[in-house]
Structure formats: structure tokens, C-alpha cells
Design a binder for this molecule. Structure first.
Ligand SMILES: Cc1ncc(COP(=O)(O)O)c(C=O)c1O
Length: 405
């Protein structure tokens, strides 16, 4: 990923089908002030004095944050997930939620996590920093199969290690764009119970699909408290807030012997990483949640349509520009990413050439595999560009591939 950033900085004029960030023009700096004021008003209406408001926004705060109730309402309204507010920890982005979950769950040397592969590099990178081994579970074009998860979990256990959890992006995964089928969702919940695994469900893109195809999150199917849900406001609000959350409603017995929820127990980890998530950033997100009646799905209608149009533009451009049946791609119905399979090695050398001679950037899929894999595939992102540029970007990728095949 550093290489990608470095190439992007050397060829700033290249069209980037690599950047997976949300579209800049949805944001205005004045939103920050407006939402902050909205949250402050809300606190006053709740009966807080000016001194209490000042303390809530500007002082050190509760480790697990102050938005638990609001996030619980949002999850109920948008995702049909019912969890107590005490099970929610507000984090500094979803990235911190991953680190806290990994640290909390994998305490012993034999503890490992399984992860659908290709895998988001933020997760594998976090595990590397913590010294936790990630065991890949290959994802097919249809998504992750519960049977494969069960097989890998058994193999890991037979080798003397303890599989603690499975990491999976349930909707429009980064990088593959693939979503779990309805059957696989139910199957994974069963496998988690059979194999005594937890599931780390990461879902930053679930909002960006069509309403008719909206599949239930694993967490909403989780009657047995097997799923930890990792949330992010980076795409549904804005990444600069750096606010995400962790839902961990598993009952545990604390070190001092009292019954509590895993989110509360994990606060000891969070307190040593970031003390608490910036209350100013929480206040901005709180203001967004209050002003949309706790439905980010409703608040994001314009963004949802934009990203859907962009994905349609990407898929249409692929169909127009690639006529050779040997070149294939998947067709996600939402999200930010699709994968193009090409008959040439899509490595760093080709990316450099692509940026220099063809003015287009993309991401080698090999970046998302631990030991080989993805050598002839590229990730195309459609989130950060207007549709017209997506079209031109794909035309340039096609020219590159035609010249190299
Ligand atoms: C699958 C996935 N999880 C988590 C994140 C990071 O979320 P945050 O910005 O809230 O840390 C991303 C960002 O691209 C992502 O693609």
C-alpha cells in the first residue's frame, strides 16, 4: 500500500481507480460546526448544564464513549440489530476496533484468527503489529463458504493452535466486492457455534447497496452472541471524524469476578491505546445521528444513489472495453470495489507502467493475499471519482492490458 501511495504521488495526474476513499464532494467543512451545534443542543435538551456540556465535549471522557445509546438506536433502525448500549464501544475509527478486538481475543501464543482471503490490509496489518497469526480462508467468487471455514478451523485446531475468531466483511467486501449469500450467513453462524468461534463482522459498505437486496447482517442473525460487529462512520459520515465502534454483547466474568459484557471488559485495552475516542469527534457524529433520526440509511440516500450509479458506470465501462472472453470481472450490486481478472501479471511493475504510460492507477489484488494469490487480478474502485472519469480510467486500463497481452 505504501508503494501504491508512492506511485500515486509521483503521477498525480493519473486517474485513480485505486483510491477506495469516499467521494470528496459530499463533504463541507461547515458540516462539522453544524453537527457539533446540533449535538450540544441535544445535550442541553437532555437537561445538561453548560458546565456539564463543556465537560462532555472538552474533557477526558468515559473510555467506551458517549454515543452508545445513539449507536444502539441506529443499529436497531437501520440493521435490525438489538443490543444494549453497554455493549457498544466508540472507537477511533473501525481500525481501532479491530486492534482492540484482536488484542482482547488473542491473548495466548496459540490464539490465531481466521480471515476470509483476499483480506482487507487494515486487518492483516493490525494483526501483524500485534503479533497475531492470521490464517487465510479462501473466498470463492460466490463468497466465503461455511464448510471451508469449518475445515480450516478443524485443521488449525489439529495443529495445536486455537482459532478464536473469523474476520469477514459481510457486504461488498474490500477488496473483492463480494457479499455473503443469505445461506452462507446462516451457515457461518452455525459453524461459529459448532467450532466455538467468534465472528468479527466488519460492515462499512453494507449501506451502499440497493434496498431490495439488503441482506441481514450476521449480527442481526446472532441469537447466540457469537458475532462482534465492527462499525465505521468513515463512509456513512466522513472519514476525517475517525469514529467507529465495536459491538461486543458477549457475557463475560471480569478479572474481579463480576458478570459484565465483553465491550466493558475490552475497555481496559482501549484505555491503554487511546484513553477515549475524541469527544469532539463523537459530538459531530452524535449531531449527525440526532439530525437524521438515527437512520444513516435515510441520511445517505444521495450517497447511496451516487455510489450505485458509479458501480453501474464501472461495470458498463468494463463491458464496453473488454470484449475478449478470457478477461472476466465480477459484478457487485453495490459497494466501492470490483475485481478484473487479466491475462497478464498485475504486479507493481505493471502498475508503475500503467501510471506512467497510461495515466491510470489500480490496486494489484496480490496485495490482499498473504502467500501468493491474486497475481492476475486487479481491484478497481469506483468511489472517489465522478462517473465520466471512471469510464476514461477503464478505457486506459483496457489499452494497457491490450498492449501487454
Ligand atoms: C473493510 C474495511 N474495514 C475498515 C475500514 C476502516 O474504517 P475506519 O476508517 O473507520 O477505520 C475500511 C476502510 O477502507 C475497510 O475497507
Amino acid at each position: 500500500m505504501n508503494f501504491l501511495n508512492e506511485v500515486a504521488s509521483r503521477f498525480p495526474a493519473a486517474i485513480s481507480l485505486a483510491a477506495g476513499r469516499p467521494f470528496d464532494e459530499f463533504y463541507a467543512v461547515t458540516d462539522v460546526e453544524r453537527y457539533l451545534a446540533c449535538y450540544v443542543d441535544y445535550l442541553r435538551v437532555q437537561g445538561m448544564s453548560e458546565a456539564e456540556v463543556r465537560q462532555a465535549i472538552l474533557q477526558y471522557g468515559r473510555t467506551n464513549g458517549q454515543l452508545g445509546m445513539m449507536i444502539a438506536r441506529m443499529l436497531e433502525v437501520d440493521e435490525d440489530i438489538s443490543v444494549p448500549e453497554e455493549s457498544i464501544m466508540v472507537t477511533s475509527g473501525c481500525q481501532e476496533a479491530m486492534i482492540i478486538a484482536l488484542r482482547g481475543l488473542c491473548a495466548e501464543p496459540e490464539d490465531v484468527v481466521l480471515a476470509a482471503e483476499p483480506c482487507y490490509v487494515g486487518f492483516t496489518g493490525a494483526a501483524r503489529v500485534l503479533g497475531v497469526s492470521v490464517i487465510p480462508v479462501p473466498e470463492s467468487a460466490q463468497g466465503l463458504s461455511p464448510e471451508t471455514v469449518a475445515r480450516v478451523a478443524r485443521e488449525v485446531r489439529a495443529s495445536g493452535r486455537r482459532p478464536r475468531a473469523l474476520y469477514v466483511v459481510s457486504n461488498f467486501a474490500n477488496p473483492s466486492g463480494v457479499s455473503l449469500s443469505a445461506g452462507a450467513r446462516r451457515g457461518l453462524i452455525e459453524v461459529a457455534a459448532d467450532q466455538d468461534l467468534l465472528i468479527l463482522e466488519d460492515d462499512p459498505y453494507g449501506l451502499f447497496g440497493s434496498d431490495d437486496e439488503h441482506a441481514p447482517t450476521l449480527k442481526s442473525l446472532d441469537t447466540d452472541h457469537r458475532v462482534l460487529y465492527l462499525g465505521s462512520f468513515a463512509k456513512s459520515v466522513f472519514p476525517g471524524a475517525r469514529v467507529g465502534f465495536l459491538v461486543a454483547d458477549q457475557a463475560v466474568v471480569s478479572a474481579t469476578g463480576h458478570r459484565t459484557l465483553l465491550a466493558e471488559e475490552l475497555s481496559t485495552v482501549k484505555s491503554m491505546i487511546s484513553v477515549n475516542t475524541s469527544p469532539i469527534a463523537q459530538a459531530v457524529i452524535g449531531g449527525v445521528l440526532v439530525s437524521c433520526g438515527y437512520s444513516l440509511r435515510t441520511a445517505n440516500q444521495e450517497k447511496i444513489s451516487f455510489y450505485q450509479r458509479n458501480m453501474a458506470a464501472l461495470l458498463a465501462a468494463l463491458a464496453r472495453n473488454f470484449r475478449d472472453p478470457a478477461i472476466t470481472w465480477n459484478s457487485p450490486s453495490g459497494g466501492f470495489f470490483a475485481v478484473l481478472n487479466v491475462p497478464v501479471r498485475a504486479d507493481e511493475k505493471l502498475l508503475e507502467l500503467s501510471a506512467r504510460d497510461y495515466g491510470v492507477l489500480w490496486t494489484p489484488m496480490s496485495f490482499f493475499y498473504q502467500d501468493g494469490g491474486g497475481s492476475h487480478a486487479i481491484r478497481l474502485s469506483c468511489s472517489a471519482l465522478p462517473a465520466g472519469q471512471i469510464d476514461e480510467g477503464v478505457r486506459r486500463v483496457a489499452a494497457l492490458i491490450a498492449a501487454r497481452s
